[in-house]
Ligand binder design. Sequence first.
Ligand SMILES: *[C@@H]1O[C@H](CO)[C@@H](O)[C@H](O)[C@H]1NC(C)=O
Ligand SMILES: *[C@@H]1O[C@H](CO)[C@@H](O)[C@H](O)[C@H]1NC(C)=O
Length: 290
Amino acid sequence: MTDLLRKPVKLALVQLASGADKNHNLAHAREKVLSAASKGAQIIVLPECFNSPYGCDYFPSYAETLLPSPPTKEQSPSFHALSAMAAESKAYLVGGSIPELDTETKKYYNTSLTFSPEGKLLATHRKVHLFDIDIPGKITFKESEVLSPGNQVTIVDLPEYGKIAIAICYDIRFPELAMIAARKGCFALIYPGAFNTTTGPLHWKLQGQARAMDNQVYVALCSPARDMSASYHAWGHSLVCDPMAAVMVEAEEAEDTVFADLENTKIVDTRKGIPIYGQRRFDVYSDVSK
Ligand SMILES: *[C@@H]1O[C@H](CO)[C@@H](O)[C@H](O)[C@H]1NC(C)=O
Ligand SMILES: *[C@@H]1O[C@H](CO)[C@@H](O)[C@H](O)[C@H]1NC(C)=O
């Protein structure tokens, strides 16, 4: 088997505290990204909705236009801020997610941009699974009223390391997406996400460990810091699971940056010890990656 991860890499998750002021959020993200890079991180991840408050209500006022790419600074200050942060820190940057407005179709998307250490856009992931819930008298939350879904599994090739997959928040609840990415040779699955204080303690870590265990790859979840004065209370607890599904590092609720060293031998040893990779029965069930 060729190495999924060509050389060891230090991953950083920036559990950012963002507020209502977009310019401030972008400047603050830059500070944290540079600080992570100064501590040796070569892949840096920001949380979902890092440039704005979290929630569909904020979409129209915070949304930026990304197409045609590259957008101008007026169309997307966040695109340019992320590109500059990546170049300045000389690291790969998975830019959490931002609300996107396609001005042609008038549709909104929840979108993650990944940049190279030279500041070049490498990939765009639009959240694939939208969260709609309607329990009369209890909770109604319909992302599909505001958002449109993306239609692809996003895999990014980082030339000196290997492939990573990017998906957003609710996407993690769909094991097929993770499995397809892992089968296509990713060494890590990266999810900017924001679970709340009910689903967080129940499922956040479990989802991360489950995707790592099933696929024997690294899994990273990056949340915003919890802000009790905001309308949405994010769970926080950004974490990295190793290919054996052990939690390598986990933040608490407050703003923090956590680091993990990823290496190929860990993937290889896991797959040798528990050889599910070569023992699948695609004659009994189908291969979702085909
Ligand atoms: C993305 O989706 C979440 C729910 O999963 C939504 O509440 C949030 O506002 C969206 N964030 C961005 C940045 O688009
Ligand atoms: C968190 O989200 C779940 C799923 O939508 C919902 O049932 C729950 O009420 C929410 N909890 C809080 C504290 O908002």
